[in-house]
Design a binder for this molecule. Structure first.
Ligand code: FMN
Length: 353
């Protein structure tokens, strides 16, 4: 009997019909599951590794400074690297000058990107200082001028990622204005800027955005880490798609699992230790292929602790991976960790601890 058959199956059979695959502008996606943009994490190797697992309908890049892109800054071009296995792809821009945002969007369009997204939710000072990110929602007139310049110039779909507001709910009216200007889909993180990442996601706030823009799809975002949470987001808000970010660190199979659940009602078991480490090795290999060993290994250091979060005792692994410099070291650290973990768990099970 193979491994998958041996694991028990869980079905959640209460009737549920997921919405049809997302369609906006000229784009028809294969489903409704979108990767949230996460600066420093959602680079090409991570997106490729997720696409290899399956289930992801649209990947999103790290955020890119529009001005850097039109000034041909090599770092900005590194951020927009893509390839055939990385499709469809949305690249997220930030900035507050309409002409710069338009021209940067046109650069992306000319390079075959599928969607241009505007960051209107990022609270970090570096982004807000230049009037981008969440500062856009604090200055709607400026935001709308940026969006108008971009929407008028682009043939590919323009989307925006917003929060519920700065310190209160303004997203429904804000979204209505964006849709009237030609934005083709809106992703909403169900918190205000003031909340940051604290507190519960306000599903009622997202539902009000959905109601405000019946003509375009709304993609609900915030704290989705399981298929049932994805279902709850869709059912309680009426949104057309879900976007997951941090959930993909803790469980890179999240998109495959949600898609499988939507299709069959079956909750797949969590990935095993071996599957997790195989995925990590693949992500590290892709980082090294893309950025070289010298840069790829340090980039992996911050991801690795998140991947092992659900594995139980991992202190030994985290301590060592923090100094990762080569691919060969990863195999050594993994082998040690496996042994250390077996000892710890063995001692616990035998009551010696
Ligand atoms: C490390 C990190 C980086 C992020 N970077 C961006 C970003 O570049 N652009 C953006 O719109 N949101 C960014 N976000 C917010 C996420 O896209 C998402 O809205 C938020 O994490 C809530 O979704 P989640 O609970 O599924 O992670 C970032 C979040 C994290 C944790």
């Amino acid at each position: 009997m193979n491994k998958r058959k041996r694991r028990c199956k869980t079905f959640v059979n209460t009737p549920f019909s997921p919405p049809p695959p997302l369609r906006f502008g000229s784009l028809e996606l294969s489903g409704n599951l979108v990767l949230a943009p996460m600066a420093g994490y959602t680079s090409l190797p991570f997106r490729m590794a997720l696409h290899e697992i399956g289930g992801l309908s649209l990947g999103t890049s790290d955020l890119v400074n529009a001005r850097s892109l039109i000034e041909k800054n090599p770092n900005a071009f590194k951020l927009i690297r893509s390839g055939p296995q990385d499709r469809p792809l949305a690249i997220q821009l930030f900035g507050a000058v309409p002409e710069e945002m338009r021209d940067a969007a046109l650069v992306l369009e000319s390079r075959g990107v599928d969607v241009v997204d505007v960051n209107m939710g990022c609270p970090v000072p570096k982004v807000c200082k230049v009037g981008g990110g969440a500062a856009m929602m604090a200055h709607p007139a400026r935001a709308f001028a940026v969006v108008k310049a971009m929407a008028d110039a682009l043939r590919i779909p323009l989307t925006c990622k917003i929060r519920l507001g700065i310190d209160s709910l303004i997203a429904p009216d804000f979204a209505r204005a964006l849709a009237d200007l030609g934005v083709k889909a809106i992703a909403v993180h169900g918190r205000t800027k003031q909340q940051g990442f604290d507190g519960e996601v306000d599903l009622d706030g997202i539902r009000k955005v959905v109601k405000a823009v019946p003509q375009i799809p709304v993609i609900g975002n915030g704290d989705i880490t399981t298929p049932l949470e994805a279902r709850k987001m869709l059912e309680e808000t009426g949104c057309a798609g879900v976007m997951a970010g941090r959930g993909a660190f803790y469980n890179p199979w999240i998109f495959r699992d949600i898609r499988h659940y939507f299709a069959t009602g079956e909750i797949l078991p969590e990935a095993s230790f071996d599957e997790r480490f195989k995925f990590m090795a693949r992500h590290l290999d892709l980082l090294i292929e893309t950025f070289g060993e010298k840069h790829g290994c340090p980039m992996f250091r911050k991801m690795a602790p998140l991947y092992v979060k659900r594995l139980g005792p991992a202190a030994e692994f985290k301590r060592k991976i923090f100094h990762l410099q080569t691919r060969a070291q990863f195999d050594e650290i993994t082998a040690h960790y496996r042994q250390w973990r077996e000892e710890i768990l063995g001692r616990k099970n035998s009551g010696l601890n």
